[in-house]
Design a protein around this ligand. Sequence first.
Ligand code: FPP
Length: 259
Amino acid sequence: MSPIPPPAHSSGARPPALPAGSVPNHVAVVMDGNGRWANARGLPRTEGHRVGEETLMDVIAGAIEVGVKEISAYAFSTENWKRSPAEVRFIMGFSRQVLRNQRDDLNDWGVRVRWIGRKPKLWKSVLSELRAAEELTRNNDVLTLNLAINYGGRAEIADAMRAMAEDVQRGVISPKGISERTVGRYLYAPSMSDVDLFIRTGGEQRTSNFLMWESAYAELYFSDKAWPDFDRRELWKACEAYATRERRFGGAVDHVAGE
Ligand code: FPP
């Protein structure tokens, strides 16, 4: 079945026409500010997460419209277990519900869902919902949505190191042959592309252990808007900012003044 384009934004806004080659291929999002957004309105933190579900769907729709091919969304970190048991319980149940509610639309739009994270501690019911969404959407190729649930960047690198050490011990690989490319093969999603644009909402300016390896050369974009106030138009603004950045990946070129 061919994919159905997602609905346009309610304002009728259309994506910017960015120069060829300047649309980020992979966008990572730290969906921050839900709790503060809700509390500022006299609501419990969990209400912010609820509105955040709509934001996520709108941002995915806008990403498809502008031509982004991969989005990684940080839904629950390995550090988020420190939150109150009630909030942890809510986010686990909510993630399960979001997956169940949205998988058909995501599938219709041609989105391939993929989970990245650690198994231990993750609720089995969340994992089985993630597996069901992965299975349903596995042949889609309009956009890949990496859902980071019980994910940590350092945990991912540590897990990769452990698996590599086991393979060295079993003689599958030799220490001498370990390169950056080898490390990439042991990460949670070996086919994930490097992050081009890393967005964090909610006013904080840090990357909080998200995709540490994959974001080594990402362009960073911080928005003061809380996640529930963010939408596809804000994503497009970030893409426009990205299109003006000069990415050198450690290289350098002369830009002599006056020439
Ligand atoms: C950060 O805001 C947000 C989260 C920890 C959860 C976000 C989750 C969703 C929007 C649901 C997504 C679900 C799936 C399956 C993708 P915060 O609580 O840290 O806000 P604060 O900084 O104001 O405290």
